[in-house]
Design a protein around this ligand. Structure first.
Ligand SMILES: Nc1ncnc2c1ncn2[C@@H]1O[C@H](COP(=O)(O)OP(=O)(O)O)[C@@H](O)[C@H]1O
Ligand SMILES: [Mg+2]
Length: 244
């Protein structure tokens, strides 16, 4: 059994002349919840996209669930992404013409499987939406839409769930509901979660916070509280101002 869900080694990503990631080494333990924070443009989204196999690094290595993504063909990478990785975004990215149940079933359909109604119901129940299966996104609140997106990400039972500011578009109360749900997935089911956020309260739901500045890891905080995270972020931002 692997105890490291994701391992990044000397990870680099250069977009034309912009170095978005400049040698990142990080391990994410199976069953842990990590928040990634840093100023705007520090490379958080690039890190997530590389770790999730959505973007190819310029250098270094990404291992997910024991597999080196660099060694995979596009086809194999697509399959691994489909089967082992879940991703939720700030914009929920649901298909408006499909019901919640149809949106949730989509990844399995894309994988050529015919999902059973009970399978879809079960994952909707896990996010507290058993009674909304027939609703379309426009008939759901923002928090409910994000929970549908979460169910869609979870239906393949991914080794890792990635979130890029998953609560960024939600109001405070709804954010807290989604964060509590993420925390429960980790505590009850051993789900591995890696989440980018700029919100210290959101980060406090994680087991660990990793801070990025200019594409490098500048520090970590274990058992974070919102106050300590906010203090660290204020320090990073004033450092940045001093450098300008
Ligand atoms: N596709 C791209 N082409 C060119 N530059 C990019 C691209 N994606 C990101 N960047 C640059 O890489 C850096 C890191 O971006 P990003 O990972 O989106 O940061 P964050 O999510 O922390 O705001 C920024 O300077 C950004 O402008
Ligand atoms: Mg970003």
């Amino acid at each position: 059994m692997t105890t490291t869900a994701v391992r990044l080694t000397a990870l680099r990503r250069v977009h034309r002349d912009v170095t978005a990631l400049d040698g990142v080494d990080l391990d994410f333990r199976t069953g842990s919840f990590t928040a990634v924070m840093g100023p705007s443009g520090s490379g958080k989204s690039t890190l997530l996209q590389c770790a999730a196999g959505l973007d190819r690094p310029t250098g270094g290595r990404v291992e997910v669930d024991g597999t080196d993504l660099g060694g995979l063909s596009e086809r194999r990478l697509t399959l691994l992404r489909r089967e082992r990785i879940g991703f939720v975004f700030q914009a929920f990215n649901l298909l408006p013409s499909l019901t919640a149940a149809q949106n949730v079933a989509l990844p399995l359909r894309l994988a050529g499987r015919r999902p059973s109604r009970s399978e879809v119901r079960a994952v909707l129940a896990r996010v507290g939406l058993a009674d909304r299966a027939g609703h379309r996104p426009a008939e759901l609140s923002g928090g409910q839409q994000q929970r549908v997106a979460l169910a869609r990400a979870l239906i393949t039972r991914p080794a890792v769930l990635f979130g890029d500011e998953p609560t960024g578009a939600l109001d405070t109360t709804t954010s807290r509901d989604v964060l509590r749900m993420l925390r429960e997935l980790v505590d009850r089911e051993g789900q591995t979660i890696i989440m980018v956020t700029h919100d210290p309260v959101a980060a406090s739901y994680a087991d660990r916070v990793v801070f990025l500045v200019d594409g490098r890891v500048t520090g970590e905080l274990a058992a974070p509280t919102a106050e300590r995270v906010a203090g660290r972020m204020a320090g990073l931002e004033s450092l940045e101002r001093a450098a300008c």
